[in-house]
Design a protein around this ligand. Sequence first.
Ligand SMILES: [Zn+2]
Length: 263
Amino acid sequence: MNSANKLSSLLFSELTRTEIGQWAPEATVVLPVAAIEQHGPHLPVMADSLIAEGITSAAAALAGPQIPITVCPVVTYGASHHHLIFPGAMSLSTDTLIRTLRDLTDSLVSSGFRSIFLLNAHGGNEECVRLAARELALRHPVVAGAASYWTIAWEAIIEEEASASLGKLPGHAGGFETSLMLSLRPDLVRTDLLPLPGRGNKAAPPRDPASGPLIQRHGSWAAIDGYSDNASEASAETGNRLLGVISRAVADEFVRFHRLTFP
Ligand SMILES: [Zn+2]
């Protein structure tokens, strides 16, 4: 292990109670939050959880030489009630998710952590992770952060995607997520079903979903059969490049966040 990260593993679950107790007060801990839900006809329901794990572990490995950091197991279940119209969702209601995040982050405080970042990988969790972080810092003398990975890496994603014409960003089960999955777990992508039927991959000018007003239309997920674009341009190579720039941007955010807590 490098000199900055004195923890014997980047993974919280591999540490002993002694190591956690010793290093928690000066480390940043990351809690990834994802979902189990349908991802079109061609991706597994654990797509967001796999992507969360891939990005968080790569980003922590990049940040590790600079700061003490450890990554919790992914909160696999998220707020996916909007996908219950399809098979495959295991969803927590938003109030249950917020309470779950409260219990898990309170547990981290009990272990001694003072710098806690919730990294979100599923659109339906967006407001929940932010609320959880906001209230965590009210209850305890800690610094709490929360963001979706695509918001942290938005500029880099736009730049990287400009040549790839993937479709909606980050979208859902479209070219963007399919490329990430082709990079992380190609064995789980049903490429024989691509491109998906029903619509092209042309999208409106990309906009970070966390910017501007939230607009929700009843029945919209059924209307698009649960995927945002046809993934015709998805590739492992694009996924590799996207994962690279996203992981670097998220790592930079972890370092910046850590230095806010421990200036
Ligand atoms: Zn997803």
